[in-house]
Structure formats: C-alpha cells, structure tokens
Design a protein around this ligand. Structure first.
Ligand SMILES: Cc1cc2nc3c(=O)[nH]c(=O)nc-3n(C[C@H](O)[C@H](O)[C@H](O)COP(=O)(O)O)c2cc1C
Length: 182
C-alpha cells in the first residue's frame, strides 16, 4: 500500500515544544501508513501586504511545499483560549496570492499544559480553516492535555492512551483523505 504523503506544521517556536514533539511522535507511530514531512515555520516573517512586491523566500518555499500536498496536518498550542499568533500568521500567508489551502484535506490536533488540551484553540482554528475552503476532518480529535506529564525529557510520548489515539487518528486521516483524493 502506498503511504499517504502529508505536510505538517505546528504553531510553537519553542525548541522543546510539545506540539513539535506531538508531530514527531505521530511520524514515528504512523510511519507505515503516513509519509510525514514536518515544515518548520520559524523563518516565516510577520504578515505584511507590501512584502508581496518582493516575497520572502521562506514564504515562497512554504507555499510551494504546501502546494505539493493534498493533505495537511496542523498541531496547535493554546494561547489565551485561542491558537497561537505565529500559527495564524503562517495561515494568513498561505491564504493569499493565491489561497494555497483551497480544497486541501486538513487534520488538526494540539498539545497544551492545560486540562482540556487545546479544545478551545482547535474550535477557532477549525473556523478559520472553514473560511479557507478546506476539508477539515471532523473526528477523531487529539486534545493532548497536561502535556508536560506525557513526554519524556527527549520528547518521546510515554502515555499509552495518547499513543493509541494518535494511531487511530492517523488511520482515520488516511481514510478521510482518500474520500477526497484517490
Ligand atoms: C501566552 C500563553 C498563553 C497560554 N494560554 C493557555 C490556554 O489558554 N490554555 C492552555 O491550556 N494553555 C495555555 N498556555 C500554556 C501552553 O499550553 C503551554 O505553554 C504549552 O507548552 C504551549 O505549547 P508548546 O509546548 O508547543 O510550546 C499558555 C501559554 C502561553 C505562553
């Protein structure tokens, strides 16, 4: 069976980000069914309409990479009941000249140190992605709560329940993607 090719990115710039760890663990847990490319958004500048006159290479590379994929996975932290500013900034770049997310299949997930694991952030992210004409997988969902207790020091997920959920999530994402792109 061909693996599903997926481009992913996440909304934290922290070196030891739990959302970065979440994507890295997803890559390991699902390597037999998903070929996951993790894009680092650290070099994406703040959105400025004037920059389109001479677009930064980091933005052009990001858009080119996203454009090569039909399926995208985004992991978000929760900042003050919303998704992070750097993630919004990256999505804003993707949404213009042209909207490169148009008709992409998108899976969302997130990790936070709080009790409900980015549920509020994901609702808002889902709403933004709906306006960009994407197909966002409704379920299953990954809300990785109390993240500091679920990873080892070097970023390995140690919580069996979360590992099982990520596996199920990946299998469903492969099926969901195939509903749109054969
Ligand atoms: C500005 C800020 C606001 C935050 N607000 C929330 C919040 O509303 N809910 C929550 O669960 N965690 C909140 N947190 C804690 C984050 O979940 C925690 O910092 C998490 O580790 C961020 O994700 P990362 O590890 O990928 O950087 C906040 C953190 C920051 C820095």
């Amino acid at each position: 069976m061909n693996k599903l090719k997926v481009l992913s990115f996440q909304g934290s710039l922290r070196e030891k980000s739990f959302n970065k760890y979440l994507l890295e663990n997803l890559k390991d847990i699902s390597e037999d069914i998903i070929d996951l490319n993790i894009f680092d958004i650290a070099d994406i500048p703040l959105y400025n309409e004037d920059l389109w006159n001479n677009p930064p290479s980091s933005v052009l590379n990001f858009k080119k990479d996203v454009d090569r994929y039909n399926s995208i996975i985004i992991s978000t932290p929760e900042y003050n009941y919303s998704y992070s500013g750097v993630l919004k900034n990256s999505i804003d770049w993707l949404s213009r000249n042209p909207n490169i997310l148009n008709r992409k299949v998108v899976g969302i997930m997130g990790a936070s140190t709080g009790a409900i694991g980015t549920a509020r952030a994901q609702l808002l992210l889902r709403s933004t992605l709906a306006t960009l004409n994407t197909y966002v997988m409704p379920k299953p969902e990954i809300f990785l709560s109390f993240a500091e207790s679920k990873f080892s020091q070097d970023g390995k997920l140690t919580d069996k329940d979360s590992i099982d959920r990520i596996r199920i999530y990946s299998e469903e994402f492969v099926k969901f993607s195939s509903d749109f792109y054969k």
